[in-house]
Ligand binder design. Structure first.
Ligand SMILES: [Zn+2]
Length: 322
């Protein structure tokens, strides 16, 4: 028997998102623009820029996703649209603040007053002219080549950077937002409990296919990993604390590798979306939780309980059917 999971779906309601999310997009875009614009001017090292680009996407994405949570938005499409807005506003703010900070630092004295930050922020045409002028000369070098990166190469670099900021923001906002589960009856988000049960890692194709369907019977056929083992399958759970009627579960694959410097790296792969708990899967999940997350270095090999039964000490003797 298998218990394939049924995917949880959002209701599509907007909550108070129409009022809250544009403000969150604008506010986070301005903050990120201020930080990124200045860092670009004072620290034009390419690897720091890459880090700052990622940080900017993360902040913009999280700002939109978390604002959507608190505004009780249950519409991933709307959140994607708002994160696109945040990404574009963020990109615009980055460029205009960069323009302001660049002119403040490098404009030759005596040429005239440099524009104020407010003027830069409300003048898109000026920002385009500034970028065009800057691209002709370039202003930073790559490696030890000596000559600044300029012209079409610089525009390509900027285009990639822009795509990373906008695309990264939408991606991060979406992946964070769709982790949530909302109880429409109680009007609240479900509480997440990570790592409620574990299963030993398996490379068996059928097993993996079953786990990707959220089949908890298959999961129960895997023994818990040995204590101290850092690679395993992990079960997470979300439950409505208001009514206890809505719950979901999710399967993750956790793989920890050690490089030659003995540095550990852990990767978490999501195998299923949020799957609704049914009476069958609640029972299977209960058995998985009660068996414990890990097993000691036992002398005798683990035997999967027949029919997915829970361990004897956890399960009361079956009562005769009424
Ligand atoms: Zn509820």
């Amino acid at each position: 028997m298998s218990i394939a999971g049924v995917r949880y779906r959002f209701s599509g309601q907007l909550g108070s998102g129409l009022a809250v999310l544009p403000l969150a997009a604008l506010g986070s875009a301005l903050l990120c623009g201020l930080a990124y614009g200045y860092i670009n001017v004072y620290n034009p090292l390419i690897y720091i820029q890459a880090l700052v680009t990622f940080g900017t996407c993360w902040l913009l994405g999280m700002a939109v996703s978390r604002a959507a949570r608190s505004a009780k938005v249950r519409n991933p499409g709307f959140v994607a649209g708002m994160s696109l807005l945040a990404g574009l506003l963020g990109l615009y703010a980055v460029w205009t603040v960069f323009e302001f900070a660049f002119l403040q630092r490098f404009a030759p004295a005596g040429v005239g007053m440099t524009p104020s930050l407010a003027t830069c922020l409300v003048s898109p045409g000026m920002a385009v002219n500034f970028a065009d002028t800057l691209a002709q000369a370039g202003w930073w070098t790559l490696g030890r080549s000596g000559s600044p990166v300029s012209g079409i190469l610089l525009w390509i670099f900027w285009a990639v950077e822009a795509a990373c900021i906008v695309g990264g923001t939408v991606y991060l906002a979406h992946t964070d937002f769709v982790k949530g589960v909302f109880c429409e009856d109680c009007g609240q988000w479900c509480k997440e409990t990570q790592d409620v049960a574990r299963g030993e890692l398996s490379t068996d194709a059928q097993m993996l296919a079953g786990l990707k369907e959220g089949d908890l019977e298959r999961f129960a056929a895997l023994p818990p990993p040995l204590t101290g083992e850092k690679s395993y399958f992990r079960l997470d759970q979300r439950m409505c604390e208001g009514c206890g009627n809505l719950g979901t579960y999710q399967v993750h694959k956790i793989v920890t590798t050690v490089d030659k410097n003995k540095k550990e790296e852990t990767k978490t792969e999501q195998l299923t979306p949020n799957l609704l708990l049914t009476p069958d899967s609640v029972q299977a999940l209960g058995g998985l939780i009660s068996r414990g997350k890990t097993r000691a270095q036992a002398k005798k090999p683990f035997a999967a309980p027949p029919g997915g039964d829970t361990p004897a000490e956890e399960a009361p003797p079956a009562a005769p059917e009424a």
